[in-house]
Design a protein around this ligand. Structure first.
Ligand SMILES: *Cc1c(COP(=O)(O)O)cnc(C)c1O
Length: 428
């Protein structure tokens, strides 16, 4: 089926007389006739539900829809995008391991990698998103287990050259993990370009209404773990906590990654998405294809307006012809990128903050990729833990405003921006 149809109907096929809408299975636990039946589930010998910390039917239906949208073989929901990225990496990298990541990534992910996972003994090397093949190859070590990047970086809005990153990852026998939050599978399917694992903060466009926090991990099923079995003992050798089953043997390369992440990481860390949130997420997914078009249309109009504005020092939006990432966007995002535009306000940090406080249609929120237009000053919010040098490496400057175009009329958004610029001009 085509993407639009999957958005509406994917993941859940009711049988005769069953509810048309995905039911919310609001139950922590599931009943069995015998202890033997239940034992089989605990041994991963049978598939089924026993406790919502591991799996829940509502969540599975919604994960299956996202899996179909991305063209993967298996998927799981998590309680947030943070949990998705943590699980995706920690599922294959242990204490003493190393990961190569693009420097232009979401601030929360940067903290997770550079601070928290470092404490767990996992080292990250951050490479420029524009790194050449040689620079990329030089970042690898014998203990490197994965490469990580974002299709469209939040908030730097650079476009990842997925093929180049995938090539480098595969040359070193490791998978490429791509956070596809901003593009969504409507505008880019990273698996088609060589990515192996895709992650999402479903909190953003997928939900799209600022209603429910969530995340998702999808496996392409293409990475041949067994070929590099010595690098991935967690997937390719017996798991003592499940009577010595080997994930790649039992579930194949199509199912090993997600089964291990569910059976071990979800079991032990418990970052489950609530079935209520999965239901809300599915409502968002039903209109994702319709909404993404409008977000992109508004993003393009606002970016074009800003690029002609005398109080704007620069605009970053890959839909603009002159944009540094326009060529990559034509390749990877031919139908549009997203609704988020970054730009610099002349006058630096102070002017950026002053501009934002005069906006009336757009509101200042941490959130992004929402039906309502929202904006943020990353240097004083999401990225405030970073030093000036780290900010520059992450593609964020003090005057940067992240403007996330919602689903309103573009003329109202432009009038709002125009009004805010006039107001700061009067203040001077
Ligand atoms: C927001 C975001 C995250 C984190 O997701 P949460 O749902 O807020 O935990 C990760 N990656 C990207 C690209 C994001 O925009």
């Amino acid at each position: 089926m085509k993407r639009d149809t999957i958005c509406v109907q994917g993941g859940y096929r009711p049988k005769n007389g069953e509810p048309r809408q995905i039911p919310i299975i609001q139950s922590t636990t599931f009943k069995y006739d015998t202890s033997e039946d239940m034992g089989k589930l605990f041994d991963l010998e049978a598939s089924g539900y026993f406790y919502t910390r591991l799996q829940n039917p509502t969540n599975d239906a919604v994960a299956a829809k996202i899996c179909e949208l991305e063209g993967g073989t298996a998927a799981m929901l998590t309680s947030s995008g943070q949990a998705a990225n943590f699980y995706a990496v920690f599922n294959i990298a242990n204490c003493g391991d190393h990961v190569v990541a693009s420097a232009e990534i979401y601030g929360g992910t940067y903290n997770l990698f550079a601070v928290t996972m470092k404490k767990m003994g996992i080292e990250f090397t951050f490479v420029p998103v524009d790194a050449t093949e040689e620079e990329l190859n030089a970042a690898f070590r014998p203990n490197t287990k994965a490469v990580f990047g974002e299709t469209i970086a939040n908030p730097a809005l650079s476009v990842l050259d997925i093929e180049r990153f995938a090539k480098a990852a595969h040359a070193h026998g490791v998978p490429l993990i791509v956070d596809n939050t901003f593009a969504t599978p409507i505008n880019c399917r990273p698996f088609e370009w060589g990515a192996d694992i895709v992650t999402h903060s479903t909190t953003k466009y997928m939900d799209g209404h600022g209603a429910a926090l969530g995340g998702c991990i999808v496996d392409s099923g293409k990475f041949d773990w067994n070929r590099y079995a010595e690098k991935f003992p967690g997937l390719c050798s017996p798991d003592a906590s499940y009577h010595g089953i080997t994930y790649t043997e039992r579930f194949g390369k199509e199912g090993a990654f997600i089964t291990k992440a569910t059976a071990q990481l979800m079991r032990d860390f418990g970052s489950m998405q609530s079935p209520q949130n999965a239901f809300l997420l599915n409502l968002g997914l039903e209109s994702l294809h319709v909404r993404m078009k409008k977000h992109c249309e508004n993003g393009q109009k606002v970016a074009e307006y800003l690029s002609g504005h005398p109080r704007v020092s620069w605009v970053r939006y890959c839909g603009l012809k002159g944009d540094k990432y326009h060529k990559l966007a034509e390749k990877y995002l031919p139908n549009g990128s997203c609704g988020v535009v970054s730009f610099g306000v002349k006058g630096g940090r102070k002017a950026a903050e002053a501009f934002m406080k005069h906006l009336k249609v757009a509101s200042i929120v941490t959130h992004v990729a929402d039906a309502r237009t929202c904006c943020l000053h990353p240097a004083s919010a999401t990225h405030r833990q970073m030093s000036d040098e780290e900010l520059v490496a992450a593609g964020i400057t003090p005057e940067l405003v992240r403007f996330s175009c919602g689903l309103e009329d573009a003329e109202d958004l432009i009038a709002d921006i125009d009004h805010a610029f006039r107001a700061i001009a009067e203040e001077r």
